[in-house]
Design a binder for this molecule. Sequence first.
Ligand code: NAD
Length: 424
Amino acid sequence: MTICMIGTGYVGLCSGVGFAAKGHRVTCVGRKKAKIDLINKGVPPIYEAGLEELLKRLVADRSFSATDDLAAAMQDAEATFIAVGTPSGEDGRIDLAEIETTSRQIGAVLKGLDYHVIVVKSTVVPGTSEKVIQLIEASSGKKAGRDFGVCMNPEFLREGKALDDFLRPDRIVIGELDKRSGDVLAGLYAGFNAPILRTSLRTAEMIKYASNSLLATKISFSNEIGNLCKKLGIDTYEVMKGVGLDHRISPKFLEPGVGFGGSCFPKDVSALKSLAEDSGCDARLLTSVLDVNKRQRLEIVRLLESKMGSVKGRTVALLGLAFKAGTDDIREAPALDIIRALQEKGARVQAYDPQAAENVRAVFPDVTYAKNVRDALAGADACLILTEWDEFRALGAKDFYGVKVVIEGRRVLSHVPGTEGVCW
Ligand code: NAD
């Protein structure tokens, strides 16, 4: 099939490349000419393992390209995906500005097209796909269900493993306006080996929020237990291993540390909490999940001060800045709050991250960015490990020689005797 994918961010680009790898022809639509030119040369504007090789191959065999011409991209396609950003507004509610603009643009192009399926892939609160329909109908003069189809197809990929997750998903959720719309999307996923769940549009929207909120809840729960274990001298990782062996629970997302970040969990839990409150429901659990997470980010700074006293005038090395390993994404990364807190307390920060340093430099130009771990640790009084990059797992006691306090926010040094973590 031929697909148009609007959005060239983590989801648009990785899903677009993924569909092309499965044999479809994909055109990704972006807004920035420079980014589009890069993509068409086979150079991804984001870091994601395996993306560059695959992109280069698919661009070369013409199954994948990027453009800023939405009309041309939709003209050739049978389905158009919306994979634009849905960030948090200031009050934690979802900001639908990009979705609304995109819907109007789609409507304008749809006027001149035959039956075409619009698929909302962005994460949107229940009821949003219906708004998308209204906007498209108003700008196209066409009728949903008769002249065009509509699906809601939430994306569950994880940054850092995006291609793998896209190509081998646990499940595919197809929210459909009607059977005809859903059949087109099911056909697109025919080459995937995963159960397909077909639901209403609203149910599909809610499945994504409920999934992310449950995962975030597991993390905040683990951190609360982890803080208690630390006080009681119990190894929280051993506890969570014992907990996770229960098949009803699973061992995933039970790793205590500096809390969750990234572009999804904080904003999705906030959006669901706001939606619940707007709907007259008490969102006590979701509120606590966010509160525990916010507090957990600074737990490592509190621990550092309890070890070395005031950090004023001291040099603190940070290993890892990305919100997790395998990505250069720093949206809502715990490292940002930690840098801010250390600087407010008068510490000098020198940091190293294999992929995300340039993104953080744009926010904190006054941090010293090291080229490698050795330079980051040179002359440091203390070191905090904030991202679970594999290269940090290879470090040993001698790498930290002269650094008085080393605290892990992600557990990567369990092989180094005497290592201390934020919850262990
Ligand atoms: P992103 O900010 O990286 O990318 C969004 C892109 O859309 C940007 O490049 C922006 O320029 C582009 N865009 C916006 N309006 C446009 C328009 N009218 N025409 C063309 N391009 C336009 O966001 P993302 O991380 O890719 O997330 C996209 C959506 O997918 C969000 O709703 C997010 O919640 C959801 N999601 C993200 C992830 C993830 O891990 N990042 C996983 C699952 C779902």
